[in-house]
Design a protein around this ligand. Sequence first.
Ligand SMILES: C=CC1=C(C)c2cc3[nH]c(cc4nc(cc5[nH]c(cc1n2)c(C)c5CCC(=O)O)C(CCC(=O)O)=C4C)c(C)c3C=C
Ligand SMILES: [Fe+2]
Ligand SMILES: [Fe+2]
Length: 363
Amino acid sequence: MAYLVEPTYTHGTPEKTAVLLVNLGTPDAPTAAALRPYLKQFLSDPRVVEIPKPIWWMILNGIILNVRPKKSALKYASVWMPEGSPLKVHTERQTALLSKQLSEIVPDAPLVVDYAMRYGNPSIPDVLAKLKAQNCQRILLVPMYPQYAASTVATACDEVFAQLQKMRNAPALRTIRHYHDDAAYIAATAQNVRDHWTLHGRPDMLLMSFHGLPRYTLEKGDPYHCECHKTGRLIAEALGLSRDEYRITFQSRFGKAEWLQPYTTATLKELGKANTRRVDVICPGFLADCLETLEEIAQEGKEDFQHAGGGEFHYIPCLNERPDWISALTKLTLDNLQGWLASPDAVALEQGRLRAIELGAQR
Ligand SMILES: C=CC1=C(C)c2cc3[nH]c(cc4nc(cc5[nH]c(cc1n2)c(C)c5CCC(=O)O)C(CCC(=O)O)=C4C)c(C)c3C=C
Ligand SMILES: [Fe+2]
Ligand SMILES: [Fe+2]
């Protein structure tokens, strides 16, 4: 009698460990037609919009999905790269660079490095199927958000868990919750700012703008607001800034409810009205440039500031492919792989961690 086996049964192929980067996601093209399914998936997630379903369903399908795709498509078109959406292009490059650095540090480790998007493509179900087909029996999920929010990190974990629930022979899973105060992430962010100042001199004000969340998330216990403030304080300390030389603000308000304050837009207008000579803006909660940084901050933010009477406006890009950030990501990954690679690799792993610290410091 033949035994029934799962189609992905991989007896004989070596067991592998996967490092899976997960980012938010982006439309496939800067068009209303591509924006619609992306926004529908994104905004139907109850972790993102916490309004009771029947009411929200009417607003989403009746108004938002008829108006927003066209408006957002124009914005996406203004930042689209020849290779595609900036968020996807940078996430793909970060994945390749992390894979390269890991293979240099632990050359014999059976590691697979890949990325998936929570909304849109490449989707979490598709990438997990790919990892299963390669016999990845352990998965380290690395959310590409340093600060934890239920609407970003938790929903990425939810989706991975939901897929594993459908598998009989499911892989082991580890998740990273946050790294908002990770020394190497803070050091790379501060160095990014210092590099900009070496070339262009210093501003009167450094604005650290984080993606916003509805205010009720803070009241309900989401640690996001506090984590953003801790990140901001650590960056300011690394740069030796006094309290009046920087501000922490929240951007990208969506809908009518109150969001975390102070708002980035209002602050830029206020600084402009005060005739601030120069403001520099960084977005430390975004590891890759995307619509929210390139359009909302670098374009709209600049206009808000200068229109109100402000002087020079400098947007400092995200960490993207910076070598010190790739080393920080490598170290974070290796730290969280402890105990998962076979014993001879454990020694290499420790050497690798030290090498990643060294590489980060050299660059
Ligand atoms: C970095 C962390 C992010 C949090 C927290 C977050 C919460 C959040 N976002 C929306 C609504 C929208 N966000 C959109 C784009 C977008 N958001 C993030 C990150 C966080 N969002 C990124 C990286 C991006 C850019 C994606 C890209 O393709 O470049 C959008 C889509 C664009 C638009 O139409 O404006 C929406 C909508 C909510 C409601 C929310 C928390 C409740
Ligand atoms: Fe967002
Ligand atoms: Fe936005």
